[in-house]
Design a binder for this molecule. Structure first.
Ligand SMILES: N=c1c2ncn([C@@H]3O[C@H](COP(=O)(O)OP(=O)(O)OP(=O)(O)O)[C@@H](O)[C@H]3O)c2ncn1[C@@H]1O[C@H](COP(=O)(O)O)[C@@H](O)[C@H]1O
Length: 123
């Protein structure tokens, strides 16, 4: 299944703008408003559910289902970003920063950073 090359940045930015606008809307009329109304834990619970559903779809090997579940997961991630005052552009910038850098290199840098933080915390 090949999707058309859309401007993914635009799609995410547009969706994030809708989410920001709906979060304080009427829970009877908007899914976004309803979830925000339920609170932060409800948002986080959805991330867990959608991540699990993504794993199950991948195990099933059904591409259509997998795309649907990843879309659900990304959508709910946008809600959590919104709750924390963040935008898809923040995540895209982080991915861009990592571009071309080996995952192994990134992994080693994170380990080093963790160790430095731990040492800073020690009296
Ligand atoms: N992209 C989405 C979107 N993706 C998923 N969802 C909702 O997220 C929920 C996912 O829940 P679940 O995975 O539990 O799925 P389920 O449908 O309950 O069923 P199962 O998969 O568990 O069988 C569904 O109820 C979807 O309706 C979304 N709801 C809204 N949007 C976008 O957000 C905009 C604002 O929506 P409202 O706030 O409802 O106006 C919409 O115009 C859309 O662009």
């Amino acid at each position: 299944m090949n999707a058309e090359p859309l401007s993914s940045q635009d799609v995410l930015a547009r969706l994030a703008a809708v989410v920001a606008e709906r979060r304080r809307g009427d829970p009877e009329r908007s899914y976004v408003a309803r979830l925000f109304h339920k609170g932060h834990d409800a948002l986080l619970k959805k991330i867990g559910e959608e991540a699990t559903e993504t794993v199950m779809a991948a195990k099933d090997g059904d591409p259509r289902k997998l795309v649907g579940e990843v879309a659900d997961l990304w959508f709910h991630c946008l809600l959590v970003l919104e709750a924390h005052g963040l935008r898809p552009a923040d995540v895209l910038a982080e991915l861009e920063r990592r571009e071309g850098r080996s995952g192994l290199e990134e992994f080693a840098a994170r380990k080093l950073q963790d160790r430095e933080r731990r040492e800073e915390r020690q009296p």
